[in-house]
Ligand binder design. Structure first.
Ligand code: SF4
Length: 351
């Protein structure tokens, strides 16, 4: 029996590009959903030919804007996944949703097609800030969508961006208070990063200093009721995103659709894969172990220190830096101080 694989499906279309966005997505008012769905189904068939009838613990539709997709097309893709793979009975099936694209009726249709978790791209609950970010929705739309999801009893997460030009630590505390009041069980808070080749990248924005950003990050941990379980992710116990946790923990996953990446494990070999059939090449165990350090160390449970990992770890460094690193059972993780210098720490951890 082949190893279970999680599935990520990329939907690379958006109504309009947000001003900060460097994700693989295109602004298209009327994507060709028939062609797109056919391609995704072809890829599902292709991977089932390679991997056989594997078990699938999670399916994640990310983007882009998957909530733009007609629910019937979503259901067709899910049918293909059920046809080719053994989807676990309590599989987590997530859709990323942009509040400007999903009313309650359409959300109900996605839920009927299997969605049991929704990640809402709220980004802010301040209309001026949403306009500045180039979002297509207002704060009311975001609240409505979150409330609709919660009323339907599915798991709801919301994404927020902080550290906008002119924002202070108090603004971040205000976001935390709003999230606490809403009572969602999962949220992601991302620091605004300015990417080249985006409208923001050309605007010479007056961003908060690194010290202020670090204070904001600490303020989140001190004010949000949900505990942090990854650098930018917070959840009530048991409500973590299983898909992302599996991927960060080094489990294999199939990336389907243009712009999706996957890591396939087949006949004791890891393969690097790019959705759309662009790439499928073997990778060394060392390269895969380094990836596991990079993703696992971002999580609060840390990375499993199994024999593969020990081969690439700078053990001496790890043992002599207990201010930034700690060991618990078979896992190694960053301390609160370590999380603040994570990139540097990971660089030194790998031989
Ligand atoms: S909705 Fe998301 S993927 Fe689309 S442009 Fe905005 S940030 Fe980028």
């Amino acid at each position: 029996m082949n190893t279970p694989h999680n599935i990520y499906i990329h939907v690379p279309f958006c109504v309009a590009k947000c001003r900060y966005c460097a994700f693989f997505s295109r602004a298209l008012r009327a994507p060709d959903w028939d062609t797109y769905t056919d391609r995704i189904i072809d890829e599902i068939g292709h991977f089932s030919g390679i991997l056989g009838r594997i078990s699938v613990p999670t399916v994640f539709f990310g983007g882009g804007t998957p909530s733009l997709m007609p629910p019937k097309k979503f259901a067709t893709i899910m049918d293909a996944i059920y046809k080719h793979f053994d989807v676990a009975p309590y599989a987590e099936i997530t859709i990323e949703a942009n509040p400007g694209t999903l009313d309650n009726k359409k959300l109900g249709e996605f839920c009927a097609a299997g969605v049991n978790r929704m990640s809402v791209g709220a980004q802010s609950l301040d209309d001026e800030k949403l306009k500045f970010l180039g979002r297509i929705h207002n704060a009311y739309d975001a609240r409505q969508l979150i409330d609709n999801g919660m009323r339907r009893g599915i798991r709801v997460s919301a994404d927020f961006i902080y550290g906008l030009p002119g924002e202070s630590v108090d603004d971040v505390i205000k976001i935390c208070d709003e999230i606490n009041r809403i009572g969602i069980t999962h949220c992601s808070l991302y620091e605004l990063t300015i990417e080249p080749n985006t409208p923001f990248g050309k605007m010479n924005l007056d961003m908060p200093t690194n010290d202020t950003m670090a204070e904001m990050y600490i303020a989140i941990q001190n004010n949000l009721k949900l505990p942090r379980y990854e650098v930018s992710n917070y959840a009530q116990d048991g409500f973590e995103c299983r898909h992302n946790q599996n991927v960060w923990d080094g489990e294999p996953y199939i990336g389907i659709g243009n712009g999706a990446a996957g890591r396939i494990f087949l006949d004791a070999t890891w393969y690097e894969e790019l959705g759309g059939g662009k790439m499928f090449k073997p990778m060394s165990n060392d390269a895969r172990a380094i990836e596991r350090v990079i993703t696992g160390m971002r999580t609060m449970r840390g990375v499993r220190t199994d024999p593969e990992l020990k081969k690439i770890l700078n053990i001496e460094f790890a043992k002599s830096h207990n201010d930034v690193l700690m060991f618990s059972g078979d896992r190694m993780r960053a301390t609160d101080a370590g999380i603040l210098v994570l990139d540097n720490l990971i660089e030194k951890l790998v031989k």
